[in-house]
Write a protein that binds this ligand. Structure first.
Ligand code: ZN
Length: 378
């Protein structure tokens, strides 16, 4: 098996530390994966990723399949070639993207018919198609196509979504087996759906575990429910996942959400939150968020975070200059902030690892909760 999770400490439901071993290198967990939606980071040069502490990157299969297309990505050397990145890559199956285009998608029992956002016309995004696309893109980890319901609080919507997710998971598990499983060089993770309903989360997790996936993701969170509901969904999922497989919380990465999910047994994260915040002038720090467009930063000569060793902070560009640059729509301020925020988030996951190892995770948890009292939108 070319992908293996080694649990160093922890159990099924509390904070854990481990290592995800892949053919392209080890990923110490908890870990944050930056999102290169179309095989390209936004605002962060790819050669900065390793020095920041990034070990694994995520790309979106749906977006890559529509542009530039699977054949072109393959001609560029797959997702690794496209990213000029020799570490592990995970692609999501397009489930979230497809369903977030809810107004232009038609959900059927066999898959989703979605309008092609690039070329027009319709794409049948079926479990078979999502699997084939990812096989063509060549990531180290592919995700199953799942049904991520738009309204996680509506049982009438969530229940059939779980049934569909499980049915599609079985189809993709068979395709994965036929291809040689993880030994093919590509692992496949199942995705737990179930909205805010503990019994549906449990049923989905248990049935996926019976199918024996290489890892498991918790999906369908951060889609409009509040922070406590999100955390209950994480708990209800993790409680029924095997201790010795990696768990990945999809689309979550705001500092308080990340730390609270680590507290509940999550190992892997991805989110566009750090880079998106940066583009809108918000810096993430251990002391909380700084909204640099605020007038109080007009003449502030300090770098974004004087304690931060990232290239943006080390360059010494003052907060006041970034604020002026944002207002003048200069190109560099959002790039510098995206770089800082990504560095901060990757290092926050590392801080979780170190705190768990040193037996002071609760201390870190209190510190982050105090710095980020309101729920971070992620
Ligand atoms: Zn910094």
């Amino acid at each position: 098996m070319s992908l293996r999770f080694e649990l160093l400490s922890g159990t099924a439901v509390g904070p854990r530390r481990g290592v995800l071993h892949t053919a392209r290198g080890a990923v110490p967990t908890p870990a944050f994966m930056p999102v290169a939606t179309r095989g390209m980071m936004r605002g962060v040069p790819h050669d900065r990723l390793r020095p920041m502490g990034v070990d694994m990157v995520l790309c979106n299969a749906f977006h890559l399949a529509t542009r530039p297309g699977v054949e072109t990505v393959a001609a560029l050397g797959g997702v690794h070639g496209m990213l000029a990145w020799d570490g592990p890559v995970l692609t999501d199956s397009g489930g979230f993207q497809v369903f977030s285009l809810a107004e232009t998608c038609r959900i059927g029992e066999d898959g989703v018919r979605v309008e092609d956002p690039v070329h027009g016309g319709w794409i049948d995004w079926t479990p078979e198609h999502a699997f084939a696309v990812q096989a063509g893109l060549g990531p180290d980890v592919a995700m199953v196509l799942d049904h991520c319901p738009a309204r996680p609080l509506e049982r009438a919507e969530v229940e059939p979504a779980v049934a569909r997710t499980l049915r599609w998971a079985r189809i993709q598990r068979e395709l994965h087996q036929a291809r040689g499983g993880a030994a093919s060089g590509q692992a496949l993770f199942g995705i737990v759906q179930g909205g805010v309903f503990a019994d549906l989360r449990r049923r989905c997790a248990e049935e996926l575990v019976a199918l024996d996936f290489d890892g498991y993701a918790v999906g369908g969170v951060s889609v409009g429910e509040d922070h406590p509901a999100m955390m209950r969904a994480v708990e209800a999922s993790c409680a029924h996942l095997p201790v010795d497989r990696v768990r990945y919380l999809m689309g979550v990465g705001a500092p308080p959400d990340l730390v609270e999910a680590v507290a509940r047994g999550i190992d892997l994260f991805d989110c566009v939150y750090p880079t998106r915040c940066g583009r809108f002038g918000t810096a993430l720090t251990r002391r909380g968020r700084l909204h640099l467009l605020n007038a109080r930063f007009r003449a502030d000569r300090r770098p974004i975070d004087p304690d931060c060793p990232c290239p943006a902070c080390r360059s010494g560009v003052p907060r006041g200059a970034l604020r002026a640059g944002f207002k003048a729509r200069e190109l560099n301020p959002p790039i510098l902030l995206a770089m800082h925020n990504l560095h901060f988030t990757v290092q926050l996951a590392r801080a979780c690892r170190e705190a768990i190892a040193a037996g002071r995770f609760e201390e870190l948890r209190r510190e982050v909760a105090a710095a980020y009292p309101a729920r971070g939108a992620s």
